[in-house]
Ligand binder design. Structure first.
Ligand code: PEP
Ligand code: CO
Length: 466
């Protein structure tokens, strides 16, 4: 269908076409990397039928309101904060972990709102971040080869044949765990947990003894003053700042799962992925002619695209044209993840190409995935200094090239883990053994996360605002 549609709920009226020759399963005609091989086709079909009949996790109007907020971030009127675990596990669907992660994201957003004087778009990497790309399809130990662990949505981590067998029923369990996570987050937020009048609800144990505590407390107090001032001025409670919005995202990796949760809704054209607000395409599955690109081009959600240091300007432009042929504001977020040592050379040519073609995108920096390294004893870590340096460079390079960094994408946790080196507490290699809990990528702990938020504020104050 090539008919044009006008989106009614957007102030910038942009004609957006329904994608041609697309269906939720059309990705199956394209090379699909990073997918498990399910041993039993009937079992897969039956799990997908069940999944297809279960209720969605998010709604189309939430998705469209996020898209609008991302369009505003593109124009410099908001800042995107996207963060959470590298991978969730089914066992981590637990109240303390979920509320601590929410707390640290809320605290970071307070720092950003206060320092940047901009509303923040809050997006969690949670309620569905259960599938991971792997460098090899198989893992071999002591001469035994088994399928690689691909995340709880697909198989189990223990190295035995039963755990590693891809089990389609895990998708049903993953949907349920995502729903429980969403339900708890929504309940907390609706119940007043995110109320700006009560930032003390979000205190984690460290406040009081952290090197950053005084600075944070001061910001919280001054936000409290501002809220009270506005209430005095308007003579009414400031309802729209009592509550904050929270959106979810995950890597759209396991395409059967994404397909089963793709839905049409009344009074809207086209298809939405209702498993999350904001799916992203990972770096390993971003091939122009691949199945992930095919799937994502057809859904109406905002899409994130990870962009690594080997992507050429021409490749990027072709991908942008596939994912956002109508140059729709808010549709596409480019999440660059270059590494502190590579961003200087790699980023500017991409920015210039996108600018030259007039593509409207939101630029977001993931300073984590290009900075992963191993310690001398083989522990996966990231240095706070490199994370900080990549972020700093990102602000500078955008400003120097007539562009704007509009967001950050971080791997973090609300727990007191020791997975990344450095930060205000100067964690060393010897500290890594103390509380290293990630089974995948090393995360910023709550204190390092807050410090990053403070550094963003400081840095953005130094670059000319585009
Ligand atoms: C991730 O975000 O966890 C990830 C695997 O990132 P990337 O695709 O950028 O490597
Ligand atoms: Co990761």
């Amino acid at each position: 269908m090539s008919q044009h549609h006008l989106r009614s709920n957007d102030s910038a009226v942009t004609p957006v076409r329904e994608p041609a020759n697309w269906s939720p399963e059309s990705w199956q005609q394209y090379p699909a990397t990073q997918q498990p091989t399910y041993p039993d086709a009937d079992e897969l079909a039956s799990a997908l039928a069940t999944l297809g009949s279960l209720p969605p996790l998010v709604t189309s109007w939430e998705i469209l309101s996020l898209k609008k907020q991302l369009a505003e971030a593109q124009e410099g009127r908001r800042f995107l904060l996207q963060g959470g675990d590298c991978a969730e596990s089914f066992d981590d669907c637990e109240s303390g972990l979920i509320s601590n992660r929410l707390k640290v994201l809320l605290q970071m957003s307070v720092v950003l709102v206060h320092g940047l004087r901009l509303p923040v778009v809050r997006v969690g990497r949670f309620a569905g971040q259960y599938a991971k790309p792997r460098s090899a399809d198989e893992e071999t130990r002591d001469g035994v080869s088994l399928p690689s662990y691909r995340g709880d949505l697909i198989n189990g981590a223990p190295f035995d044949a039963a755990s590693r067998r891809p089990d389609p029923n895990r998708m049903i369990k993953g949907h349920a765990r995502s729903a429980m996570t969403m339900n708890f987050v929504r309940g907390l937020i609706d119940g007043g947990f995110a109320d700006l009048h009560h930032p003390e609800y979000w205190n984690l144990g460290w406040v009081g003894h952290s090197p950053l505590a005084a600075e944070y407390q001061q910001m919280v107090e001054s936000i409290g003053d501002a809220v009270r001032f506005m209430e005095t001025l308007s003579g009414a409670a400031v309802h729209n700042i009592n509550r904050v919005d929270f959106y979810t995202s995950h890597e759209a990796l396991l395409l059967h799962y994404e397909q089963a949760l793709s839905r049409q809704v009344p009074r809207q054209w086209g298809w939405f992925n209702l498993s999350t607000h904001f799916p992203w395409i990972g770096m390993r599955t971003a091939a122009l002619d691949g199945a992930h690109m095919e799937y994502c081009r057809g859904i109406r959600n905002p899409i994130g695209l990870k962009v690594g240091p080997t992507v050429t300007p021409d490749q990027l432009l072709r991908v942008v044209e596939v994912l956002n042929p109508d140059n729709e504001p808010g549709r596409l977020t480019l999440i660059h993840r270059m590494g502190a040592g590579k961003i200087e050379d790699a980023l500017a040519p991409l920015i210039n190409a996108v600018n030259r073609e007039g593509h409207r995108v939101l630029w977001c920096c993931d300073p984590m995935h290009g900075n992963t390294e191993s310690t001398s004893v083989g522990v996966k870590t990231r240095r706070f200094e490199n994370i900080r340096s990549e972020l700093d460079s990102a602000f500078d390079i955008h400003a120097a090239n007539g562009s704007r960094l509009g967001g950050v994408h971080l791997e973090l946790t609300g727990e007191d883990v020791t997975e990344c080196l450095g930060g205000a507490r100067e964690l060393t290699e010897a500290d890594l053994g103390r509380a290293y809990r990630s089974t995948v990528d090393p995360r910023l702990n709550y204190e390092q996360s807050l410090e990053i938020a403070m550094l963003i504020v400081r840095k953005r104050g130094q670059v000319p605002v585009a």
